[in-house]
Design a protein around this ligand. Structure first.
Ligand code: SF4
Length: 463
């Protein structure tokens, strides 16, 4: 940021928040390329122009405007939006109007720094002439990523449903790649197929997403899965299964994690990463949990006036979570009739695992709840190793690492911390190949999870 420039902090409330999108072009960060494009298709279904920002080409710009103390995903996403703006300025010249765009950067409340990305990025945009007119649209975990205010009221529910469908469909496409690629008959066939499948699904969401009838989208997904099945060489024996957890941006953003899944596959693994829907469901689950806690508190204190709000919140967040989990279950069940993809877990299931283990609690919050719960689930569920992927200095992931390392040591389950900050670490490949060697040994001794099993089976690690 320009030294000596007076910062107007009013823009943090006036130009970051929920704004009616209207005819603006929505700029979506490509945290997960597949989900971002499916969401862009969903936006277009509702008549909103949406663009997925090209990613990682602007990292130098991101670094130029940060001090190095920020979380790595903040640098990456800042670089992406700045590079896009620079490109648009060059392309459009005087016809470039920052107010024609709206940049999406959600947030979460404490204790970690994700709640500050959009504020920090606001200050950077404000420091560049004209970019104070480019608004940052922020969905917040405080209201469970409610979309109210972004669209006309009567379209909000339909958009939310279609958006969640896009998230789950994106997870299924990801899982398709992780399931098929390690066993493909022809090298490179899965990646080429997945690229085409992404465009087919995005087009289907664009055509059908706004109408409330999602059957054509699901039928397209069925066809994609059936075609993908043919890419598998059934003669190839199963490989060691690695579970991946960690900070959502790093584990989803292939450029930032230096294509870790592909690298693990190169060393002979099959990998299952945690999903996007996991985070969306966690946000709803956490809000419901908070609303229940408030209800108990107000009942104890006899604050009867607040009870109505608490009950309304419980109903809203509860119905939301119920809808999401039911939708997800239905889609996975349908999917698994065609291809044996791993099912996703329920957040309540992870909380139960944590409670039983007594090593961490949902009361502490952050992604550590999901990562520690997910790792314990892998330990009990027939995985041959676990990787925790995160940005260097990420607080919840370091907590996760400190807690699970001794537990997994005791259980002799291979574990790897994979942290990234943009530089290439000379020992990375050696660490990965050693980890995979241990995972193969584990696989040789214990076998692995059968494909038909779901991730919601009862756990045996901490009886
Ligand atoms: S989860 Fe980690 S990387 Fe993400 S904001 Fe929090 S501390 Fe930063």
């Amino acid at each position: 940021m320009e030294a000596g420039k007076i910062i107007d902090f009013r823009s943090l409330s006036e130009a970051v928040g929920k704004f009616h999108i209207g005819r603006k072009k929505v700029l979506l960060p490509a945290m997960n390329r597949i989900s971002a494009h499916l969401l862009a298709g969903t936006f277009r279904a509702f008549g909103i122009e949406a663009l997925v920002l090209a990613t990682y080409g602007g990292l130098d710009l991101g670094k130029q405007y940060t001090s190095g103390k920020e979380c790595y995903p903040c640098q990456v996403t800042l670089g992406d939006v700045l590079a896009f703006i620079r490109g648009e300025r060059e392309r459009l010249g005087r016809a470039f109007h920052p107010e024609d765009y709206i940049y999406f950067m959600p947030e979460s409340d404490g204790p970690c720094r994700f709640g500050l990305y959009n504020k920090f990025q606001r200050l950077v945009l404000d420091s560049i002439p004209g970019l104070d007119r480019l608004k940052i649209c922020s969905l917040t975990t405080q209201d469970g990523y409610s979309l109210a205010g972004l669209l006309e009221e009567e379209r909000v529910t339909d958009f939310k449903k279609a958006g969640f469908l896009a998230v789950v469909a994106g997870d299924i496409l990801d899982r398709l790649v992780w399931r098929v690629r390690p066993y493909e008959r022809e090298p490179g066939a899965t990646d080429a197929f997945a690229e085409g499948a992404l465009h087919r699904l995005a087009a289907s969401l664009e055509t059908w997403g706004a109408g409330g009838n999602y059957e054509p989208v699901l039928a397209e997904l069925d066809e994609i899965l059936a075609e993908a099945k043919d890419l598998i060489d059934p003669q190839l024996p199963p490989k060691p299964l690695i579970g991946m957890v960690g900070e959502i941006f790093l584990r989803m953003h292939r450029e930032s994690n230096q294509d870790l899944i592909r690298l693990l596959e190169k060393y002979g693994a099959e990998v299952e990463n945690a999903s996007m829907a996991e985070w969306v469901n966690y946000v709803s689950y956490e809000r419901l949990r908070e609303a229940r806690k408030h209800l108990t508190l107000h009942l104890r204190l006899l604050h009867f006036t607040q009870l109505r709000t608490c009950l309304r919140d419980i109903l809203d967040f509860g119905l939301n979570l119920l809808f999401q989990e039911a939708t997800q279950k239905k889609i996975y069940r349908r999917t698994r009739r065609v291809l044996d993809l791993a099912e996703d877990h329920r957040i309540a299931h992870l909380e139960k695992i944590l409670d039983r283990s007594e090593v961490f609690s949902f009361d502490v919050r952050t992604e550590a709840c999901l990562s520690i719960g997910g790792i314990l689930q892998c330990a009990a569920g027939g995985y041959n190793g676990v990787v925790n992927v995160y940005p260097f200095t990420c607080m919840p992931s370091i907590t996760t690492s400190a807690i699970v390392k001794p537990l997994l040591n005791e259980r002799q389950l291979p574990y790897l911390d994979a942290h990234y900050v943009g530089s290439f670490q000379p020992g990375r490949e050696a660490a990965l190949s050693t980890f995979l060697y241990q995972a193969r040994q584990h696989f040789g001794r214990h076998g692995r999870k059968r494909r038909a099993e779901t991730r919601n089976r009862p756990e045996g690690l901490f009886p």
